[in-house]
Design a protein around this ligand. Structure first.
Ligand SMILES: C[S@@+](CC[C@H](N)C(=O)[O-])C[C@H]1O[C@@H](n2cnc3c(N)ncnc32)[C@H](O)[C@@H]1O
Length: 286
């Protein structure tokens, strides 16, 4: 591969100064000035698409991830970073120089294949992955189900985790500082802070969860008192949506029991380990 093509392959896709050009154009000897802006074409491909394969990473999120990797000592300023995933490309045709690290957001539809492909070739990587299906069967990697809620450039909001072979001997890590670093530059839009109310207070929002789970809960009129807002909420310039009721200690205890029952029903069947699976746990615990 020519130096120039190599440079192209390792370039940051989102550098404002950079005109990203395709290697076939480089080979054809077309001048950079005459070439269409591949970057713009790249952006156009995402218009209207909302699949996870079409999720274009906000540059500030990408930078936050690089910053975290550096802070953890997993890469440094000299590391050759490769980003092979973008429209029309075939990552298997790229060259991965010794010491390079692939830091990119791959198409999730072939996520497991990609992870295995890099492992088999000894290529170091730190990849975005689908939070809920991050696990790749028996892959010797570190899974980071950090649950970063990322709004991608196409508007899709995706719970994102990461997978890497840069961290040896660790299979699973929540990496809260990575989550915090991403949140700091791109606060998740769909997460709203929820208030938790005191034991001796309830409202229809809370009771609705109990009712949905078909748990019977009743409060006598002598055991509760109507309440439009709580002092603490009022002091904070807020209000309890829809108001609620103060509860006696007995009613509060019954409420807690009803909420526990509702949570258990919400959790569904409690799955147990088989004797064979307990043997695995015993082996791991030796
Ligand atoms: C989730 S997007 C991420 C794009 C970009 N790397 C980023 O971080 O914003 C994944 C991209 O990989 C591209 N892609 C799909 N199959 C690919 C393959 N076999 N090799 C390389 N890229 C591929 C898709 O077209 C899509 O543009």
């Amino acid at each position: 591969m020519s130096d120039r093509a190599s440079e192209w392959r390792q370039a940051t896709l989102f550098d404002d100064e950079l005109e990203v050009v395709r290697p076939d154009n480089i080979k054809a000897g077309i001048s950079v000035e005459d070439r269409m802006s591949y970057y713009q074409a790249f952006l156009d491909k995402f218009k209207g698409k909302k699949t996870t394969d079409d999720c274009y990473t906000p540059p500030e999120v990408y930078d936050a991830i690089l910053g975290w990797l550096k802070g953890e000592g997993l890469i440094d300023d000299t590391t050759n970073i490769v980003r092979p995933f973008y429209p029309g490309e075939d990552f298997t045709q790229w060259e991965y120089p010794d010491g390079c690290v692939v830091v990119d957001n791959p198409p999730f539809s072939i996520y497991s294949f990609i992870v295995r492909w890099f492992i088999e070739r000894g290529v170091k990587f730190f990849l975005f992955g689908p939070q809920l299906t991050l696990r790749v069967h028996k892959a010797d990697v570190c899974f980071i189900p950090t649950n970063a809620v990322i709004t991608y450039e196409n508007g899709a909001i995706v719970s994102t985790g990461f997978v890497t072979n840069l961290i040896e001997g660790v299979r699973i890590w929540t990496a809260p500082e990575l989550h915090a670093a991403i949140d700091a530059v791109a606060p998740p839009s769909r997460l709203k802070a929820k208030n938790t109310y005191p034991h001796n207070f309830t409202n229809c929002a809370t009771l609705g969860k109990v009712a949905t789970r078909l748990v019977d809960f009743k409060v006598l009129s002598s055991e509760c008192e109507d309440c439009g807002n709580l002092d603490a909420m009022r002091d904070a310039g807020k209000s309890v949506f829809g108001g609620g009721w103060f509860l006696s200690e007995r009613a509060a205890a019954e409420r807690a029991a009803a909420e526990r029952a509702a949570a258990e029903r919400a959790a569904g069947i409690s799955v147990q380990l088989s004797p064979r699976e307990w043997e695995i746990v015993k082996r791991l615990s030796r």
